[in-house]
Design a protein around this ligand. Structure first.
Ligand SMILES: Cc1ncc(COP(=O)(O)O)c(C=O)c1O
Length: 396
């Protein structure tokens, strides 16, 4: 064991040693930038949003200048009441009121709060591969065990797999739509079947399963695909939302949790406030809350994302690669043409293009390309994909 390694807990050590593929990719990209210069590297690893639009920057400036009593003091744990009101309007479902909303430290905060507040310690949390790897961290910190349903061949939800994964120990299912990394947007039929499955499970086993819907990319859905309303299907549902991606403010750490009316009430409200404290967040950042209030609408211009999606999809397919249709989000999910996906990703990195191997998301046969970068980087990537896909896999 390297000196000093016994300072952190065994869990932390295990996690650090086991992965962090996305951040490892970002570090590799930094190494390439140091070597070749920033303009010569396509860093398609981290899910960085595009730069925040001018209106959003101006809203932050106005929020920073806003004078109000206790501007820099403690505030209600669940956020400014007028922002909770706005978020309830944003959800737009009868029965969802300010009391159903907690303003959170991004979607990460919302997911952690939901798991802490509603899912007993020791429970299992079911996720569908491919899945955002941080789900395991959020669950394990809350004392839950993650159970992953293997990936389906065509990217749709494997509902039979979910059915098989539900046990008496299941406390929650996390559904991410649009999905990072597959780009799949849950359909109405899938949502209906999932809800029916959870309802059937409740009647058979006598335990309610919380449906945690991670909607980080909800404003980044490419028509004809469209968002489905989870609240219309399953009562034990929470929505975890953030402004990280669509407003380009991931570093400002702002999002919200919305409860289905059947979960709202004074007890849950007090419970969520307690979780906000217990998790150490206390409240979401004040300036970001005020900036959201400055904005008349929380809209996102889809066009620059769609252009990048189309360019990178064409590049991958021209290279003869099998790329899933990106129906929403920032990622292209590509099958590795080589059995050894890590070797293929390394070969791309040799051509100054950094992607994340699918093992990070529970599907080692694929890799993820984040396309929300500037167009010249996508051209570097297009060249690297074409060159690498034309190579024979290294012999073992
Ligand atoms: C699927 C998914 N959920 C949650 C998050 C965390 O979002 P936030 O920055 O709002 O905490 C991300 C960030 O990449 C994500 O991709």
């Amino acid at each position: 064991m390297a000196p000093g390694n016994d300072r952190v807990t065994a869990w932390v050590r295990g996690e650090v040693e086991a992965g962090g593929w996305v951040r490892a990719g970002a570090a590799a990209a930094q190494g390439l930038r140091d070597l070749h210069g920033a303009g010569a590297v396509a860093d398609l690893s981290l899910g960085q949003p595009l730069e925040a639009p001018d209106a959003v920057r101006q809203a932050f400036q106005a929020a920073a200048a806003r004078v109000r009593t206790r501007r820099f003091g403690y505030m209600p744990n669940l956020g400014y009441p007028e922002l909770r009101e706005r978020c309830a309007e944003d959800v737009g479902i009868p029965g969802v009121t300010a009391q159903s909303i907690a303003i959170t430290v991004g979607a990460a905060g919302a997911l952690s709060m939901a798991l802490r507040a509603f899912v007993e310690t020791g429970s299992e949390v079911v996720v569908l591969a491919p899945y955002f790897s941080e789900f395991r961290l959020y669950s394990e910190v809350c004392g839950h065990r993650l159970r992953a349903v293997p990936p389906s061949r065509d990217g749709s939800l494997d509902l039979e797999g979910v059915g098989a994964a539900l046990t008496a120990a299941t406390g929650a299912v996390i559904l991410n739509t649009p999905c990072n990394p597959s780009g799949h947007v849950t359909t109405d039929a899938e949502m209906g079947e999932l809800a029916a499955l959870l309802d059937e499970h409740r009647r058979r086993v006598g335990r309610r399963v919380l449906l945690v819907v991670d909607e980080v990319y909800r404003h980044l859905i490419y028509p004809p695909h469209r968002r489905v309303e989870p609240f219309a299907h399953h009562p034990d549902t929470v929505l975890c939302r953030s402004f990280s991606k669509d407003l380009g403010i991931a570093g400002e750490r702002i999002g919200y949790l919305a409860l289905h009316p059947s979960l709202s009430g004074p007890e849950t409200e007090a419970g969520l406030a307690l979780c906000q404290r217990a998790l150490g967040y206390v409240n979401a950042p004040a300036t970001a809350q005020l900036a959201l209030l400055e904005l008349p609408a929380w809209e996102c211009d889809l066009a620059p994302y769609r252009q990048r999606r189309d360019r990178v999809t064409a590049a991958a397919r021209d290279a003869g690669l099998d790329a899933a249709e990106c129906q929403g989000g920032l990622y292209l999910w590509v099958r590795s043409p080589w059995e050894d996906t890590l070797a293929f990703c390394s070969a791309l990195a040799e051509r100054r293009t950094v992607v994340v191997p699918g093992v990070a998301f529970g599907d080692p046969e694929r890799f993820r390309i984040c396309f929300s970068v500037e167009p010249p980087a996508l051209e570097i990537a297009a060249g690297a994909l074409a060159e690498t896909a034309a190579l024979l896999p290294p012999s073992r």
